[in-house]
Ligand binder design. Sequence first.
Ligand SMILES: Cc1ncc(COP(=O)(O)O)c(C=O)c1O
Length: 377
Amino acid sequence: MKLFDVYPLYDVEPVSAQDCLVVDKNGVEYLDLYGGHAVISIGHTHPHYVHTLKTQLDKIGFYSNAVQNSLQQKLATKLGVQSGCEDYDVFLCSSGAEANENALKLASFHTRKSRVIAFDNGFHGRTSAAVAATDNPKINAPLNQQQEVTFLPLNDIEAVETELSIGDVCAVIIEPIQGVGGLDQGTTEFFQELEKACNQYDAVLILDEVQSGFGRSGKFFAYQYHGITPDIISIAKGMGNGFPVGGILIAPHIEASYGLLGTTFGGNHLACAATTAVLDVLEKEDLITNAKLTGDYFISEAANLSGVKQVKGRGLMLGIEFDFEVGELRKKLIYDYHIFTGGSKNKNLLRILPPLTAGKEEVDRLIKALRELLDKK
Ligand SMILES: Cc1ncc(COP(=O)(O)O)c(C=O)c1O
């Protein structure tokens, strides 16, 4: 059997990693400023994380959601306190797309309506409703196109109000900072008006924090920059530092009932251990403050590079938009400078998503490499 060939691959095979460094099978060390697509939050193979998972695996790794698992409540309590969302409930699943799928489904159950509003350049995953709410026709199969989704421009509150006033919208789904789409964000005024309009027209406001959450933006959740209270918050990626976990936080006015949502793997013992360990380290090492400080330093340094149009994002969810396409630059960074970075739908944008432990030293190494490469252009 061979692998279904859907991923264009760089010719690098990581076999070990520690904190912000990844080592390939030839012993070459790389600086990871991509975090395996914003997944590595507390650093690769963090000793507390490894110890917690190994200890849990020695006891029990998995049992289904048909029996008690007190690790889930322990995690929920800790997540509530650290995120400032103590009055929300949590439903645990295993990926970002699954989180958004459940968020959209729950919004539809709750309102008994079915149309969704999403935004230009948004990305929410590849399952049925999540991919339909993703602005990329190439990954939206005819099956998914049956969903009723209206795409609107970011920051156009009048367009949102016009659509909501029709009365058939169950949910508005939005990333507080767009990831795959290229780091654009709504203004605070837009988010606040959006919340009001959703309340007025009985639509559920879903904040997709799959990429921006768990401290990456410099706050626990990026929507917290805007003083709003979402109805549902989707989480995944950094939540498990590489262990596949996801979830949704659900505001108290949305009621649960037996069987409404469900999953085999969500909230299993290993997943809870991984997420609890991530929360322990975020708190103990004050990584959210570090993300903010390192991000601010990065923004000030990157702004002076030649060919830069704009430095975008917050915390350690960052992008440098150049006045040229960055594909070749990324290749040179990997093969010549041994630095992993990310791309985006915007071909001119270099994405930076390192572990939240990254500091001045890691930023300086990238800036130095970029200066050399840009001087040669
Ligand atoms: C904002 C956002 N939502 C959802 C997803 C989908 O997550 P997953 O790949 O875990 O299904 C992603 C993945 O990149 C994302 O960036």
